[in-house]
Write a protein that binds this ligand. Structure first.
Ligand SMILES: [Ca+2]
Length: 228
């Protein structure tokens, strides 16, 4: 007779890459599995896919909270607008948006409010995998300067990260795309999750050396403990 020997696919030199998470050798084959919660096995039987709890409705967020899907989980968050700001209408309309925007709305004759260059304050949530090593910067957020408020030759736009940039893991560069100015936030150092940080960004319209208009964006960054 002929005896067949089982090949342990999981132990092959490529074994670490057969499954994106865990590999179990079974007679004649192998079986991939995913972390016990938050992921499902993809149709290819190898990769792990995040479950979008916000879409599937299995989240437990209250009516006052917004459900944000993240890799491997979800978060129920509620963002209040600061004093003198009102929630932008488009935040209400598109329920699936990952951004909450507050626009300045001064009371009549409130000069200090009018002079304050901060025009909008936003909160946005992003979810990243663990990048154990970065061969090049990973571009994660794009801030588009929507309208050239002033003639391009007079105004400058300056992007800045003002808070939350632990170990200088992120930077922000300016780029021109299709005649538009874009601020690109990049992850430049590896971060091993689970990790959470709030990165505070500023987009400043500078006219004659003075900030005439500032948009503040609070980016809530969730880094999953896995690379997928
Ligand atoms: Ca999820």
């Amino acid at each position: 007779g002929v005896t067949c020997e089982d090949i342990d696919e999981c132990a092959l030199p490529t074994g670490g890459h057969i499954c994106s998470y865990r590999c179990t050798n079974i007679p004649g084959s192998f079986q991939c599995s995913c972390p016990s919660s938050g992921y499902r096995l993809a149709p290819n039987g190898r990769n792990c896919q995040d479950i979008d709890e916000c879409v599937t409705g299995i989240h437990n967020c209250s009516i006052n909270e917004t459900c944000f899907n993240i890799q491997g989980s979800f978060r129920c968050l509620s963002f209040e607008c600061p004093e003198n700001y009102r929630r932008s209408a488009d935040t209400f309309r598109q329920e699936k948006t990952d951004t909450v925007r507050c626009i300045k709305s001064c009371r009549p004759n409130d000069e200090a409010c009018v002079r304050d260059p901060v025009h909008t304050v936003s909160h946005t949530v992003i979810s990243l995998p663990t990048f154990r090593e970065l061969t090049r910067p990973e571009e994660i957020i794009f801030l588009r300067a929507v309208t050239p408020l002033y003639p391009a030759n007079q105004a400058d736009i300056i992007f800045d990260i003002t808070e939350g940039n632990l170990r200088d893991s992120f930077d922000i560069i300016k780029r021109y795309e299709d005649g538009m100015t874009v601020g690109v936030v990049r992850q430049v150092r590896p971060i091993v999750g689970p990790f959470y940080a709030v990165l505070k960004l500023e987009m400043n319209y500078v006219l004659g050396g003075v900030v005439s208009h500032r948009n503040v964006v609070n980016v809530h960054i969730f880094v999953s403990e896995y690379w997928f």
